[in-house]
Ligand binder design. Structure first.
Ligand SMILES: NC(=O)c1ccc[n+]([C@@H]2O[C@H](COP(=O)([O-])OP(=O)(O)OC[C@H]3O[C@@H](n4cnc5c(N)ncnc54)[C@H](OP(=O)(O)O)[C@@H]3O)[C@@H](O)[C@H]2O)c1
Length: 163
């Protein structure tokens, strides 16, 4: 049995996930959630996400980086040329498979996703990278928590794919 594939993302209501290689919002509670949920996991991610995530190798994470740049490979970092190869490598490793973006990787893996860990930031913001539309797909929400800080209201949800 292949292991389930989980996508983890924080996006706004207009599906923005990034701007200028950074997150378009700074939500400390979401950072804590993201780090806790990806600890110990095999994290599948694009080269920019890998290069801009300083703690990617902490807390037992095993990155599988999608890139043409084979020189990023090391004893702790696997490299794949596309999503298919990355998921095959991830299936061979111990730990939960968590897809962490960016845009094209989310677009290609959303149809395969068994679970979505979604932080929905309840606002619209400008941006240059987007999460694909997930709202018309069949999901069962199994858990939800609301949060807010001085700048944003947001919800954390766990959505299980209905097949
Ligand atoms: N809010 C969130 O939850 C969240 C999550 C993730 C990212 N982000 C944001 O999104 C932005 C980064 O994402 P991004 O989409 O610009 O970049 P990315 O996916 O992290 O990296 C892009 C690079 O990864 C490789 N790549 C990506 N998809 C590929 C595919 N399907 N097949 C082959 N190679 C592929 C290519 O690498 P090479 O050029 O090396 O070949 C490409 O240039 C940042 O602003 C970041 O903060 C936000």
């Amino acid at each position: 049995m292949p292991k389930p594939i989980t996508l983890i993302v924080a996006c706004t209501e207009n599906r923005v996930i990034g701007r200028d290689r950074q997150l378009p919002f700074d939500i400390p509670e979401d950072k804590v959630w993201f780090h806790a949920k990806t600890a110990g996991a095999t994290v599948v991610l694009g080269r920019i996400c890998f290069e801009t995530w300083p703690q990617v190798l902490a807390d037992g994470r095993q990155p599988v980086v999608i890139t043409r740049d084979r020189s990023l490979a090391s004893d702790r970092v696997r490299v794949a040329v596309n999503v298919t190869e990355a998921l095959a490598i991830a299936q061979s490793l111990p730990g939960e498979i968590m897809v962490c973006g960016g845009q094209r990787i989310y677009e290609e893996t959303l149809p395969l996703a068994d679970r979505l860990l979604l932080t929905l930031v309840l606002t619209e913001l400008p941006g240059d990278t987007f999460f694909p539309e997930w709202r018309q797909m069949p999901w069962r929400e199994t858990w939800k928590r609301e949060g807010r800080d001085a700048n944003y209201r947001y919800t954390f949800s766990i959505l299980e794919r209905i097949r």
